[in-house]
Design a protein around this ligand. Sequence first.
Ligand code: KIV
Ligand code: ZN
Length: 512
Amino acid sequence: MADKLIIFDTTLRDGEQSPGASMTKDEKLRIARQLERLKVDVIEAGFAASSNGDFEAVQAIANTIKDSTICSLSRANDRDISRAAEALKGANRARIHTFIATSPLHMEKKLRMTPEQVLEQAKLAVRFARNQVADVEFSPEDGYRSEIDFLCRVLEAVIKEGATTLNIPDTVGYAVPELYGEFIRTLREKIPNSDKAIWSVHCHNDLGMAVANSLAGVKIGGARQIECTINGLGERAGNCSLEEIVMAVKTRRDYFGLEVGIDTTQIVPASRMVSQTTGFVVQPNKAVVGANAFAHASGIHQDGVLKARDTYEIMRAEDVGWSANKIVLGKLSGRNAFKQRLQDLGVALESETELNTAFARFKELADRKSEIFDEDILALVNDESITSEKEQYGFVSLAQHSETGEKPHATIVFTVEGKEVHGESDGNGPVDASLKAIESHIKSGAEMVLYSVNAISGSTESQGEVTVRLQNSGRVVNGVGADPDIVVASAKAYLSALNKLHSKADRVAAQG
Ligand code: KIV
Ligand code: ZN
């Protein structure tokens, strides 16, 4: 039997550390459900001690998710570890992931601790964590730039204290594949009790080598857990991308000889959900989940694929969740067909009320757009107003006028806590006028730090999906809106961002 490769997803912790990618508890829960459908082995749900918001998110995920192990990050101190243990109480399987930096630079400049103090704290932390849960992961932060003999002493000691997984982070993305793989192999060879723990890799993508480094850690180093994020989300250049790792190991099983438990048909829905929630758009040429990942433009390639698919395709689009038959529904489709399509796409709405709301939105859309694609359906059900409780602001209607040589003007009607209000404004263009019309009433004082439009299914008949990122008093939020009219989509995205900005939820991103 082939060895199992454990997939540890840290989209909700390390991924969320990306500036602008912070998520609400509801958003994290929605993504955690999708990660469970994807069958990831471990979900790092957050950093419970970093904020009340993160504590609540970890707790909600631990209480809800049944099939994956739920993990919380914690620094190597009793307070953090106790918070993590408390948040994880409801989990079927709980893991505490504790870390402390071990590189000379981090110990001296950041921690201002001697190596002996770091060693002692690492041992105490793992001992304390093992008294709370049976599954304890230890990470020497900036491990790859640590002095190897010291690292061996730390890792040998934490294994003795009961660490069950040892993770070797390339925190700053400095590694190259062969050297990283050999680094892990050397650690495993030098540490006498190394066979008592599972070895894990955690690579950042600063030099674009996170996936290659992680695979080398597995192939050369013998690691059996990979830490990764959906779409490679993460600080700076991001983390190792889950979809690339999983498809590399599956497609080249002949080389890696490993099993992964992932349901790959859930990859594209997961990618879309994360991109929609965070506003981090997936580049078209991104491997596996980019819009062009399976598109053949050149005549020679198209001809080849038509004759025999494997002339130019090494994976099947439908195996990673791209639908083979893209036109799915229209205005005559009924509730059952809609429900069935949601099931085929792996979308599980939690209640009949949510299904009814989604179906009503689908009917409205089908009245305006003759062909409804899978992407339209996913955008529709990813709209948080379907699953969230009452929202403060809601879109009602918009009228705008723009003509060459004239200043565009917009009038908007929206609800504030259920009551209709009107706003109007001129602007540089119709979108600008519409958003200023909202602001004429709300006066949020927020600064817009990102505005992006994406055609959901390619053509000009497609829905426009707009992301708006707002910043106010140190808080950064993303709003997303979809509509065949991009000015309306923009207004919906702006209201969605304001809903998050003005919600009471604590959205402080975790720091690791
Ligand atoms: O990159 C890193 O070092 C981390 C650790 C906290 C595991 O994210
Ligand atoms: Zn990291």
